[in-house]
Every structure is written in structure tokens, then in C-alpha cells.
Design a binder for this molecule. Structure first.
Ligand code: FMN
Ligand code: SF4
Length: 519
């Protein structure tokens, strides 16, 4: 059998030179008269080791990384095609790399393992089993299974997926829709992109199951324009799935039809908010709609619509395949199942780590992430994107759990972590939160549209030492107004990064030498 080499083709690996490495392997193999198949898989999510090249053997897959073009010849000299272990980039059996071995991969089980656009490979790795079961079930039983699994929306709000599905299931309408939110605007987040590029059929399968469950025959995947590779992969996967009868007028040979389409957003953070996304899908300005009515009842084109995040939908096939109890068995408290944690920022081992809820923030940052890349002490971790709170090391015992984070005035959001070392200036980061909100605000409500600008101006005064105490009190008051007076979470959650910075890092808001001189 021809040796099989895996070289990731996902955006993260491409940014680190994976295409150049793949071309170098092709050229060097041909120059040596060697024959091997090169598969462009998704990433395993160990980004500090990308491009991570793997060779398949009878004993499983062996990894090398990070591989550069200059390493290709020496890797072949060292017997890479026979999984030779003498090269300094040799990492051993892929599955035994500690960062991977410690994970519980349910949603990402195939990501990095299979050829993303091979439906045969997908089937060979348990793909379509959930949909096969769903096709034979009553819609209300599918909804019940998802409800029982305890799955909560992974897009940010953590709303129970089954309850949302039930509302759409119970609604009576001539047409219903499934909309997948793949806008993924949060800083430090890349789980949606990684799975769309590494295992696109799992999202298609999850959306088809959602369609069967609620009686929707049409779905849209709304992807940001900054994700061209994800757009191309999803479009091709939809074409393949439709040709194979997984999608189309008769899903898996059943009486149910389900069609899918990719729509590309223009890249506004607020277009990730579900009602703004629906407006954008309808070709309107991405402005937030007042709720009620809920999108579940009056969503896309005013019709009942399930809006779910990529990871929520991609977690459904394993729930249907292995059963609600299997999934529910992982996790803690009301946070059931697994969560793909994305570790980014100033960190040694940045990547995607899927685990049952319950690991502490400290374990994730220090043990799994390996601390900062700069080698300096960790000062703060922003959890949940630009609207998430900054956690100091004194809160590192907080378990990864929706309620535990809320109790500490934080949020899990889409589970993206951005790590900062002790050189970070928390006043600048608090100001950034206001200015980000000002730039991204849809402008519909005053606390967000005006408050964010006034907030940044007031923090500038604090930095300049102008009536410091009074201005800090004003910022606090403004945050209260934004939190309770904003129409959506963009304005409503901007106070989280601002107030957490002020509360946990008061020293960064104290008088500064140059400001004192000005006073
Ligand atoms: C400003 C803002 C941006 C958001 N961005 C995203 C996003 O990029 N992706 C996402 O899935 N949800 C995002 N959300 C949450 C969505 O409004 C919505 O709760 C989610 O898509 C529902 O899916 P889920 O229940 O599966 O999480 C955002 C919310 C707000 C307020
Ligand atoms: S909070 Fe901001 S983004 Fe949300 S509706 Fe109001 S102005 Fe628009």
C-alpha cells in the first residue's frame, strides 16, 4: 500500500505555511522517485505545532511538527515514510501527544483525522449514524433527545438547544428555517472555522437533523467573509452531500427534504447577534431587532427559525448516535457534555482543547496552555470574546461552567480564551472594550451608541489623571446604564470587560507618574 501523508489544509495551518510544505513534499517525493498519497486534512488543533505532518502506519498515525519547507528533505532522510523516530521534529504517535490525549473529543472526534471532503471517510468514522437514527424517529422524539442531552447553545448565551427546537417544532407555518450562525466574531475563537474546514459533513448532518426535528426544509449557513476557506469547504461539502442524497428532496431516502445554502456576511461583529444576522440574511442592514418576537416564532422572513451556533449543531449527530444519556454524562452542574475551548493570545500552547465542562481556568491556562509564550507571568485571561470579563490568576480556581463563570461576573461565551502577560495595561484594555463597542454598535439604542463613546472619553480622562475618582465613578454608573438599558448584549455586556478590569486590576487605574505631573 502507498504511504499516506496528512498535511493540514485548514486556515490556521495555511497561515503557517502548510501549502508550501505540501508542495515541497510533492517535489521531493517525485525527485526521489517515491510514491505517497498526500491528504489535506483539517487541523488537530495543536496550532503551535502546525504544520503538523502525519504518516499513517499499521500502528496508527505518527506526527512531526512544526514542519518547515527546509525540514522536508531531512524528514525523508530520517525515514518519515516509515515513521522514523530519529528526526528532532518527531512527536511520536499523534493520539499520545499529551495535549490531544487529555481531551474528550465528541464534537471534534473526526477533525484532523479524516479527509474533510470525503463522504466515504466520514461514514467510515461514524458519520451519518445520527442522521440515520433521526430519519427513523418522530420529530418530537428527536427534540426530546436533544433536550435530554442538556446541550446548551455554544454561541454565547448558553440557551438550552432542545427548548429552542421545541418552540419551532410546535409553531405552525408553511415554511420553517434552520440558520447556522457561523459569524464567529469573538477574539480568540476559531472552533467554528476549524470544524467547518476539518469536518464539514458533521455540521451538515447536525443541520439536517435539526430540519427533521422541527419540520424545516431549508437551511442557511451564515459565514463571515474573512473565512474564505470555510466558505469554499462548506459549499463543496453541500454539493457532495446533495449529490449523495444526504441533502435534497429525500434526505437519506426518507420522505423529508432538506436543502442547504451558504451565505457570506460582510464582517460586522454585530451580525453575529441572531436578529441582526437574520436582517443581514434578508439583505437588510445588520441592525438588531427588538425581541419579542423570538426568532423561533418570527425569524427569517418572519417565519419560525432555529438559529444555532456551528458547534451547537455539530454536537447534535453524536447525541443522536450515542444517545442523550451518553452526552449528558459528561460535564458538571447544568453545563452538560463537552466544550471546545480555544486557547489563544500570549500562550505557549495555543489551540483547541475539547473537554467535559469542569476543568478550572487555571488548569486550562497553566497546565494545558503551558502559560505565556513570552515566559512572563500571566496577568489576565479574557474569557468569551470582546464582551467577556478579564479574570486574574486569583480566580483561576473557577471551573469551566456557565453558572460558575456567571457567579464571578464573567461568561463562557463561545469559549475563546485570550491570555495576557504582566505587560498588559488593563486601563487600555478597558478603553478598547468601549471603543470596540462604539465601532461595532448597530446604533439602534442610545446606551450602546452614545455610552460607548462617552465611556472611552471618560477613561481617557482617568488615564490623564483628570478628576480620577469622579470619572471612575462615572464609568461605573455608565456601565450600569449600558448593562440594563441596552437592547442587545453588545452594549449590555461591554461593562463586563470594563468593570472586571477596574475591579481586579485597580493598580492600573491608579494615578500614573506622567498624569500626576499634569495634575
Ligand atoms: C454582539 C453579539 C455577537 C454575537 N456573535 C455571535 C457569533 O459570532 N456566533 C454565534 O454563534 N453567536 C453569536 N452571538 C449569539 C447569538 O445572538 C445567538 O445567541 C446564537 O447564535 C444562538 O445559537 P446557540 O443557541 O446555538 O448558541 C452573538 C450575540 C451578540 C449579542
Ligand atoms: S446594544 Fe448596541 S448593537 Fe445592540 S441593539 Fe443597541 S445599539 Fe445595537
Amino acid at each position: 500500500m502507498k504511504p499516506k501523508l496528512y498535511i493540514p489544509g485548514d486556515s490556521g495551518a495555511l497561515a503557517l505555511g502548510a501549502d508550501r510544505v505540501a508542495r515541497a513534499f510533492e517535489a521531493e517525493l517525485s525527485r526521489r522517485g517515491l510514491d505517497a498519497t498526500i491528504v489535506r486534512n483539517g487541523s488537530r488543533g495543536l496550532y503551535w505545532l502546525e504544520p503538523l505532518v502525519e504518516i499513517e502506519t499499521a500502528e496508527g498515525r505518527f506526527a512531526y511538527g512544526p514542519v518547515r519547507v527546509k525540514d522536508v528533505a531531512t524528514l525523508l532522510d530520517a525515514g518519515l515514510l516509515q515513521a522514523g523516530s530519529s528526526h528532532p521534529l518527531f512527536l511520536g504517535p499523534t493520539e499520545k501527544i499529551p495535549f490531544l490525549a487529555r481531551q474528550t473529543r465528541l464534537t471534534f472526534a473526526r477533525c484532523g483525522v479524516i479527509d474533510p471532503l470525503s463522504l466515504d471517510d466520514y461514514r467510515a468514522h461514524d458519520g451519518l449514524k445520527g442522521l440515520e437514527k433521526a430519519v427513523a424517529m418522530a420529530p418530537s422524539d428527536i427534540v426530546q433527545e436533544v433536550t435530554q442531552s442538556g446541550l446548551r447553545g455554544r454561541g454565547g448565551a448558553g440557551f438550552p438547544t432542545g427548548i429552542k427546537w421545541k418552540t419551532v417544532h410546535d409553531a405552525v407555518a408553511r415554511q420553517k428555517y434552520i440558520v447556522c450562525n457561523a459569524d464567529e466574531g469573538d477574539s480568540g475563537s476559531f472552533a467554528d472555522r476549524m470544524i467547518m474546514e476539518g469536518d464539514p459533513f458533521v455540521l451538515i448532518e447536525g443541520m439536517a437533523i435539526a430540519g427533521l426535528a422541527v419540520g424545516a426544509t431549508k437551511g442557511f449557513i451564515y459565514i463571515r467573509s474573512e473565512y474564505p476557506h470555510a466558505v469554499a469547504t462548506m459549499r463543496e461539502a453541500i454539493r457532495i452531500a446533495t449529490a449523495a442524497g444526504v441533502l435534497g428532496p429525500s434526505v437519506m431516502g426518507s420522505a423529508h427534504g432538506f436543502d442547504l445554502e451558504v451565505r457570506v456576511g460582510a464582517g460586522a461583529y454585530v451580525c453575529g447577534e441572531e436578529t441582526s444576522l437574520l436582517n443581514s440574511l434578508e439583505g437588510k442592514r445588520g441592525e438588531v431587532r427588538a425581541k419579542p418576537p423570538l426568532p423561533a416564532l418570527q425569524g427569517l422572513f418572519g417565519l419560525p427559525t432555529v438559529v444555532n451556533n456551528v458547534i451547537s449543531l455539530a454536537s447534535v449527530p453524536v447525541i443522536l448516535d450515542k444517545g442523550a444519556a451518553y452526552y449528558e454524562n459528561f460535564g458538571m452542574g447544568r453545563s452538560r457534555g463537552t466544550i471546545p475551548i480555544q486557547i489563544a493570545g500570549n500562550v505557549k500552547h495555543g489551540g483547541l482543547f475539547e473537554a467535559a465542562f469542569g476543568l478550572t481556568l487555571g488548569e486550562i491556562v497553566e497546565e494545558i496552555g503551558g502559560g505565556t509564550a513570552s515566559g512572563r507571568p500571566v496577568k489576565a485571561v479574557q474569557v468569551g470574546g470582546p464582551l467577556g470579563a478579564y479574570f486574574p490568576p486569583s480566580l483561576f480556581d473557577t471551573p469551566f461552567d456557565y453558572e460558575a463563570f456567571a457567579a464571578k461576573d464573567g461568561l463562557i461565551g463561545h469559549a475563546g480564551l485570550t491570555i495576557f502577560d504582566d505587560s498588559a495595561d488593563m486601563l487600555s484594555l478597558a478603553r478598547f472594550a468601549f471603543s470596540f463597542c462604539a465601532v461595532e454598535s448597530c446604533g439602534k439604542c442610545t446606551p450602546c451608541r452614545i455610552g460607548s463613546i462617552r465611556g472611552a472619553e471618560t477613561l481617557d480622562k482617568v488615564a490623564a489623571g483628570v478628576a480620577r475618582e469622579d470619572n471612575l465613578a462615572l464609568v461605573e454608573e455608565l456601565c450600569e446604564t449600558m448593562k440594563f438599558g441596552s437592547l442587545c448584549a453588545l452594549g449590555g455586556f461591554t461593562p463586563y470587560p470594563v468593570m472586571s478590569a477596574i475591579t481586579h486590576f485597580p493598580q492600573d487605574f491608579a494615578p500614573r507618574p506622567q498624569a500626576q505631573a499634569a495634575e
